[in-house]
Design a protein around this ligand. Structure first.
Ligand code: B12
Length: 452
């Protein structure tokens, strides 16, 4: 008999805009192909008007797989944490249904053990989800032994066990779900797609290597086919490539850009996260021809002392150079910064604001302090300095704010006001303006309209 699996996105955050739950369409696409013995139903509280009670009544699922993306908003200025609402949701599911509950997602993957303890699902999957979820569902259907499936988290004799997954997929099966495409195109002004997984860098605060594992690329032909279908069949002309860092694997990127150009999608535009490291003007110019419209640089500081302390593999000189390339090629670009993290001083803060004046036609998005996450170098430094205790799960928002540095908004705001560029601190709420612009069919990230 056919089983029913309900796939849910738990993300209700709409800041800076609602983010298309890419994980769900990948998991759906993969399971449709590899697990035909299951009917897969998708539910997203932002998209669908039916309530979870109605969905459960209608489909009576055997399994419910929940995607947990955000744990917190990484901002010390307007702290949010979402795990309480996830637990309430799961408690309600326990009341509504006897279905087996499985959780996964980037947020879950950062904290698999403590979050499993906190949420009490039946199973968790940390990291890439496609193969582990398919294997787990098949095994549970057959009442088989799930205890050694890579990636799976479960409880045994009171302890929570996690077997890490080290073998990864190098392709994707994108499922074109019209409800999702329509809602997110209207409300986000972009859809998204991933061309690579994992991260090759080792920045002291970052969770990406823990979430995604080793850096690897997907397949050019399949990606271009997905972009072309979204463009031709659904009228999607703007995509955010969600890779941790887009400019890894230059040979792959070149092939991808050339294939996009050959596909001839004249109105197609895209953007992504880039690193200022290893980015030539010639490469950027090719991406521009392939539709590159905006770049969000994970720069973090404009002071070499701090870049070194954060273990960023570039210098301010690189930042200046790639910013200039963007200006010359007419590519919108912004810089994300972390002020007051490990190694910052009052002088390096001043240096960052001074250097910001040398970067023209851009927007800065500064975070204040570094969110401390498990399995990072920063966690070890914070323990050594007594900022957190050794056994802190870090599920609650914990920040590293460099002692002795004046990080008051008064000071930072005054420095920002003196610089010639636009600084958008995380507590600035532009939601209303953004919503108005979306209604007028403005596409893309929209910060490009704020450039001074
Ligand atoms: C791209 C990105 C963005 C872009 C998104 C652009 C866009 N249009 O898509 C932007 C800049 C908008 C953004 C914003 C934010 N982001 Co962000 N973002 C990312 C990034 C780099 C990639 C996310 C992605 O799309 N991955 C690709 C998909 C396919 O992968 P995935 O979701 O992980 O899914 C796989 C697995 O997790 C698993 N899986 C997923 N769900 C499920 C469910 C089940 C049941 C199973 C079994 C498996 C499973 O299988 C999937 C396929 O293999 C991640 C970091 C990272 N490397 O993951 C951060 C990340 C998701 N972001 C994060 C945060 C915090 C935010 C913000 C709150 C930041 C802020 N202060 O504004 C906002 C929230 C926006 C919102 N409305 O939700 C955090 C979330 C964790 C946390 N700390 O809470 C991350 C992990 C980064 C970090 N700091 O650690 N983000």
């Amino acid at each position: 008999m056919k089983k029913t699996t309900l796939l849910i996105s738990l993300n209700k955050l709409t800041v800076p805009y609602p983010v298309f739950p890419l994980a769900l369409v990948y998991l759906h696409g993969f399971l449709k192909e590899k697990l035909p013995s299951h009917d897969i139903i998708l539910w997203d509280p932002l998209v669908h008007t039916a309530t979870i009670e109605e969905i459960i009544l209608q489909h009576n699922p055997d399994y419910i797989a929940l995607s947990i993306r955000n744990i917190d908003n990484t901002s010390s200025l307007n702290e949010l944490n979402f795990i309480g609402q996830y637990r309430d949701f799961i408690d309600n599911l326990r009341y509504l249904t006897k279905a087996t509950l499985i959780v996964g997602g980037s947020g879950f993957s950062i904290f698999p053990l403590p979050l499993f303890e906190f949420l009490s699902p039946d199973f968790g999957i940390a990291g890439e989800g496609e193969v582990p979820l398919q294997t787990l569902l098949k095994t549970l259907d057959a009442r088989g032994d799930y205890t050694s499936i890579p990636g799976v988290v479960y409880r045994s004799k009171g302890a929570v066990i996690h077997h890490q997954n080290h073998s990864f997929l190098n392709y994707q099966r994108y499922s074109f779900h019209p409800d999702f495409i329509e809602y997110y195109w209207q409300h986000s002004g972009m859809l998204n797609l991933q061309t690579k997984r994992g991260c090759a860098f080792d920045c002291i605060y970052c969770t990406y290597p823990v979430i995604d594992g080793d850096a690897r690329a997907h397949q050019v032909a399949e990606l271009v086919e997905t972009v072309a279908t979204l463009y031709r069949k659904y009228g999607i002309t703007y995509i955010f490539f969600t890779d941790s860092v887009f400019n890894m694997f230059p040979a792959f990127n070149r092939a991808f850009a050339e294939a996009l150009i050959a596909e001839n999608l004249p109105k197609f535009r895209w953007g992504g996260y880039f690193s200022p490291k290893n980015l030539s003007k010639e490469e950027l110019s090719l991406y521009k021809k392939a539709g590159l419209e905006h770049i969000e640089f994970g720069t973090e500081s404009l002071s070499d002392t701090v870049l070194k302390a954060y273990n960023k593999p570039f210098l301010f000189e690189d930042v200046k150079m790639v910013s200039q390339f963007c200006i010359e090629l007419d590519i919108h670009y912004s810089h994300f910064l972390i002020l007051g993290g490990y190694g910052e001083t009052n002088e390096t803060i001043e240096e960052t604001f001074e250097n910001a004046k040398l970067l023209k036609n851009t927007v800065f998005f500064p975070y204040v302090g570094m969110r401390i996450y498990p399995h990072t170098h920063l966690k070890e430094y914070a323990i050594a300095e007594g900022v957190i205790s050794k056994d802190d799960t870090l599920l609650e928002n914990r920040f590293y704010l460099q002692k002795g540095v004046d990080l008051s908004l008064e000071r930072l705001g005054a420095l920002a006001a003196k610089s010639q560029s636009r600084w958008i601190f995380p507590d600035e709420n532009d939601a209303e303006t953004i919503e108005k612009m979306r209604k007028k069919q403005f596409k893309g990230p929209l910060w490009e309209y704020l450039i001074r």
